[in-house]
Design a protein around this ligand. Structure first.
Ligand code: ADP
Ligand code: MG
Length: 243
């Protein structure tokens, strides 16, 4: 579903991604972790071309993202992205937040968009809040609306960039629960997160990135958590700090 081949990227002279290669098969959940500044956000943003790359290839569902001829708005309409900050439109109601892109990008009718949006809102357990504005919801609820909004677009993959790290601790669980549900339903997911409980529970693979934007580990969940002796020193140090 997603393939990165020898991807490198620079910001000016600074190399932020160095020869990154990996693939994510349909239905796989891949967790990306690593120290701050190691290029995790940049890597995940290259997948829907929010960040351009200078070398290598990125393929999403057989579409060459690196190819200048690729229709990027069309690609992005199928790739769900959830950021650390929820980025809901503050002046629109929850329902309007859920429907606007369906109408403007996918060309759905208002009725169809509302039906789909409310179905997804129900999934994340927030039907009672459909007429509220984002500012009237807690951070955890806003993030669940952001997930429902992405799901309303019928994404073929979901990308998450530290979706729980801006939340108060008591709200982390409700967002992770929604993500666990998605994983169990077979959604293809790439998640930048340091929630190792989530990684242990549902990931198929764990990628560890290190400074300089290098993929230092790309291994199965079992290898990552149950065979620490085989991990690189940098990975072990990192895990010792966060676990
Ligand atoms: P992470 O998500 O792992 O913390 P990022 O992908 O956000 O890492 O950033 C990787 C490195 O690239 C950091 O050193 C950061 O300062 C730098 N960086 C990120 N965005 C830009 C930008 N737009 N211009 C220049 N440098 C950037
Ligand atoms: Mg980041």
């Amino acid at each position: 579903m997603i393939e990165l081949k020898n991807v490198s990227k620079w910001y000016g002279n600074y190399q932020v991604l160095t020869d990154c290669s990996t693939r994510i098969n349909k239905g796989e959940v891949v967790v990306v972790c690593g120290p701050s500044g190691s290029g995790k956000s940049t890597l995940i943003k290259t997948i829907n071309a929010l960040e351009p790359i200078q070398q290598g290839e990125i393929w999403v569902d057989r579409v060459p993202v690196h190819d200048p001829a690729t229709n990027l708005p069309k690609l992005r309409s199928h790739v769900g992205m959830v950021f650390q900050h929820f980025e809901l439109f503050p002046h629109l109601s929850v329902t309007e937040n859920l429907t606007i892109a369906q109408i403007k990008v996918l060309g759905r009718s208002a009725d169809e968009a509302k039906q789909r949006g409310l179905k997804m809102l129900d999934r994340v357990g927030l039907m009672a809040h459909k007429d509220k504005f984002p500012g009237q919801l807690s951070g955890g609820q806003q993030q669940r609306v952001a997930i429902a909004r992405a799901l309303s677009m019928d994404p073929i993959v979901m990308l998450f960039d530290e979706p729980t790290s801006a939340l108060d601790p008591e709200m982390v669980g409700e967002v992770l629960d929604v993500m666990v549900g998605l994983a169990h339903e077979g959604m293809t997911m790439m998640c930048v997160t340091h929630e190792m409980g989530f990684a242990r529970k549902v990931s198929n693979r764990v990628i560890f990135m290190d400074v300089g934007g290098k993929i230092l580990e790309d291994c199965t969940r079992d290898e990552f958590f149950n065979h620490p002796e085989e991990r690189q020193t940098r990975t072990k140090d990192f895990l010792n700090k966060i676990l």
